[in-house]
Design a binder for this molecule. Structure first.
Ligand code: FAD
Length: 344
C-alpha cells in the first residue's frame, strides 16, 4: 500500500500557485485509482494556514506544515530540511510535487538523503493492478516513456501545465506542525533579497492562455523597402500588455541580437520555442512573421489550437502545422488587433 504525499510550497502572498493545484488534482486521481488509499498534504512556507485552508476540502487525511520566516524564501538548506522532515513524518512512499524552480532545485537532493528516487518532468501518472507508472517525454519531446520503479520513497515532479488544476476545496484545515532544526544549515546561506525583472519585462508566462510567437519577419524589409523594428517592438509590446500572453520566438529572431542587428529589445534566447528551445503548454498559440519550419514548429506540439499570420501562403504553417493561417501583413493585422483589445 502506498503512502501518498502532496508536497507544496506557498507563494509570496501565502497562497498556493496553479501548479500546486495541478499536482493536487494528480494526487486525488492517483489516490482514487489506488482504491482510496488516501493521501497527506505537506506545505512549506512562512505561514501555511491560508494555503491549507485553500484546499481544506480536498480529501487529504492530514495536513503537515513547516513554517517560519526562514521558509518564506527559496533556499536549498531550509527547503531540503523542510521537505525531508515532512516526508519522514508522513512516512511517504510516493511524493508528488509541482516542478517549480524551488522544488526542482531541492527534491533530487532530498530523494538522495532518504535513499529514494526522483522523476523530473512527469506529465502523467497511471495505475494498473495498484502499480504506479509515470509518463515523461525524452529527446526534446519526441518520445514518450512510461516508467515504473520499486524503490521508495519515489519523488515525482509534475510539469506545470500538464494536468488540470483542482477547482475549489476551500474550508478550514487542521495543520500539524512539523519541527525542523535549522541551526547549522541556515548559517551557510543568507537570503539578502530578490532581484527579478519588472512585471512588464517578464514576458514568459507559463500560465497564460495564449502563446504569442514572433519570427524574424518582424525585422525584415517590408513592402516599402524599409525595416520597421521600432514599430514592430511597439506592436508586440502593446499586444502583450493588453493580453498578458506569453512571448515566444523563432530561433532566427533571437539569434539576430548576436549578429549585431536591430532586434526586439525584450526578447532573449529564453523565449525561443522549438527543437533547441522550449516546448511550452498553452491552450492557444498565435505565430506572427515566422515561417513555421519543422525545427520551430516541433516546439508547438502541446499547443492545442494554433494560428499563424504570414505573408507566405506556402510557409510551413500552411502545410498542416496550423489550424488557421492568415495570409496577411502582421503589422496591419496586429495593429488592428491591438485597437480591438485596447477597446475591450
Ligand atoms: C539543428 C537546428 C535546430 C533548430 N532549432 C530551432 C528552434 O528551436 N527554434 C526555431 O525557431 N528554429 C530553430 N531552427 C531554425 C529553423 O529551422 C528556422 O530557420 C527558423 O525557425 C526560422 O525563423 P523564422 O521563421 O522567424 O524566420 P524566416 O525563415 O526568415 O521567416 C520569416 C517569415 O516572416 C514572414 N514575414 C515577413 N514579413 C512579414 C509580415 N509583414 N507579415 C507577416 N509575415 C511576414 C516571411 O514571409 C517569412 O515566412 C533550428 C535549425 C536547426 C538546423
Amino acid at each position: 500500500m502506498e503512502n501518498i504525499l502532496l508536497l507544496v510550497h506557498t507563494e509570496a502572498d501565502g497562497s498556493l500557485a496553479k501548479s500546486a493545484l495541478e499536482s493536487l488534482q494528480t494526487v486525488q486521481t492517483l489516490a482514487g485509482a489506488l482504491g482510496g488509499s488516501g493521501f497527506s498534504v505537506g506545505i512549506v512556507g512562512e505561514k501555511v494556514q491560508a494555503a491549507a485552508n485553500q484546499i481544506a476540502g480536498c480529501g487529504a487525511a492530514k495536513f503537515l506544515g513547516v513554517e517560519g520566516a526562514e521558509f518564506a524564501q527559496s533556499r536549498y538548506a531550509s527547503d531540503a530540511a523542510a521537505a525531508e522532515a515532512i516526508c519522514t513524518t508522513a512516512q511517504a512512499t510516493i511524493i508528488v510535487a509541482p516542478a517549480t524552480s524551488r522544488w526542482n532545485r531541492v527534491l533530487a537532493g532530498v530523494a538522495q538523503r532518504l535513499n529514494g528516487r526522483v522523476e523530473t518532468h512527469v506529465t502523467g501518472l497511471s495505475t494498473e493492478n495498484c502499480a504506479v507508472s509515470v509518463s515523461r517525454w525524452y529527446y526534446r519531446q519526441r518520445m514518450e516513456a512510461v516508467l515504473a520503479r520499486t524503490q521508495r520513497p519515489w519523488f515525482l515532479l509534475v510539469d506545470p501545465g500538464s494536468q488540470p488544476a483542482c477547482q475549489g476545496a476551500e474550508g478550514t484545515a487542521t495543520v500539524e506542525t512539523v519541527a525542523v532544526d535549522l541551526a547549522d544549515s541556515c548559517k551557510r546561506t543568507t537570503v539578502t533579497g530578490l532581484r527579478q525583472p519588472s512585471a512588464d519585462a517578464q514576458t514568459i508566462r507559463p500560465d497564460a492562455d495564449l502563446l504569442f510567437v514572433t519570427g524574424a519577419g518582424w525585422t525584415k524589409k517590408q513592402a516599402d523597402g524599409q525595416t520597421h523594428v521600432p514599430e514592430a517592438e511597439k506592436l508586440i509590446y502593446n499586444f502583450l500588455k493588453h493580453t498578458r500572453a506569453s512571448l515566444g520566438s523563432s530561433k532566427s529572431l533571437v539569434d539576430l541580437g548576436g549578429e549585431g542587428q536591430a532586434v526586439i529589445s525584450f526578447l532573449t534566447h529564453l523565449n525561443q520555442i522549438g527543437q533547441t528551445g522550449s516546448t511550452p503548454r498553452h491552450p492557444k498559440g498565435l505565430s506572427t512573421c515566422c515561417h513555421g519550419e519543422e525545427p520551430h514548429a516541433v516546439g508547438w506540439r502541446f499547443i492545442k489550437e494554433r494560428r499563424a499570420i504570414s505573408l507566405d501562403a506556402n510557409c510551413g504553417w500552411a502545410r498542416g502545422k496550423a489550424d488557421v493561417l492568415y495570409v496577411a501583413d502582421a503589422f496591419a493585422v496586429m495593429s488592428k488587433v491591438n485597437e480591438l483589445v485596447a477597446a475591450k
